[in-house]
Design a protein around this ligand. Structure first.
Ligand SMILES: CSCCC(=O)C(=O)COP(=O)(O)O
Ligand SMILES: [Mg+2]
Length: 263
């Protein structure tokens, strides 16, 4: 009987986990910053409602749209993960992908791990500060092709909650109908791992070599997804590894009984 915890679902953070922090900071964030003013002038009901939300969150009642655009740009500079900014960025990036002006980045181990989990019946979800639209478009336009079909659901701070709040992870568990103890959450941020663990999930840190060393405390950690899966010591309920070990055990048993007969 294996002592490895069985995992039915993996939840992946994006920035710093599946994808390069530097890529977002060098490409996507500046691209969105440069287009915020133009987008806010479009005046569609969706943009209007994001500007109203920005005014409420920033405590700027009665601010002009230009002042609110400046607030949104300041949030980009501060890397503030506010929902209206993240929603607006998702809309800006959608047009950028369609125009062929941006590509998303995933580390080379990501498509490999996503396919391994798919083959083993482990459902993979994402949980990011980026909006659901931004996440879906991201995986649809990666430098490794369209990976969206390998993902089940995307969660953000609107449909799950803040990433450092254990309740958000409980909400994800309920939404995907998997007990937290059978979910593995992977992130580069210890505060997110702590919150997931408080909700009862298994956790693993991602120390991407390009990022400064992180103290993950008691969370196991790895340098890529395969390494992290191994470090977490988990197995899927349909693990190829376990199937292979069963086959090897059966073959050994048969061989020894054959040998015994021959002797
Ligand atoms: C790929 S979706 C956009 C990512 C983003 O805007 C962001 O702030 C990433 O935050 P995360 O929670 O994935 O670390
Ligand atoms: Mg992250």
């Amino acid at each position: 009987m294996s002592r490895q915890p069985t995992i039915d679902a993996v939840v992946l953070d994006i920035e710093g986990t599946t994808s390069s922090l530097r890529h977002l900071r060098d490409r996507h964030f500046p691209y969105s910053r440069a287009r915020i003013a133009e987008f806010t002038r479009r005046g569609t009901p969706e943009i209007r409602s994001l500007l109203d939300e920005t005014a409420r969150m920033a405590g700027q009642p009665g601010a002009t749209d230009a002042e609110l655009a400046a607030t949104l740009q300041r949030w980009v500079d501060e890397d503030a993960k506010t929902p209206p900014l993240k929603a607006l960025q998702g809309m800006i990036w959608a047009e950028a992908y369609a125009a062929g002006e941006l590509m998303a980045h995933v580390y080379t181990d990501v498509p490999v791990a996503l396919r391994m989990w798919r083959d083993e019946g482990v459902r993979v979800h994402t949980f990011s500060s980026g909006s659901v639209q931004a996440q879906r478009d991201w995986f649809r336009h990666t430098d490794h092709g369209d990976l969206l079909p390998l993902l089940a659901r995307c969660f953000d701070t609107r449909n799950a909650g803040p990433k450092a709040d254990p309740d958000s992870y409980s909400a994800i568990g309920r939404a995907i109908e998997v007990p937290p103890s059978r979910i593995l959450f992977a992130s580069d941020r210890p505060a997110e791992l702590d919150a997931a663990r408080r909700a009862g999930m298994r956790t693993v840190g991602l120390q991407r070599p390009e990022n400064p060393p992180t103290d993950f405390g008691e969370h196991p950690w790895g340098r890529d997804l395969a390494d992290a899966w191994a470090a977490a010591g988990c197995r899927s309920s349909d693990s190829l590894f376990c199937k292979r070990s069963d086959v090897v055990a059966e073959a050994t048993r048969r061989l020894s009984s054959l040998n015994a007969k021959e002797l």
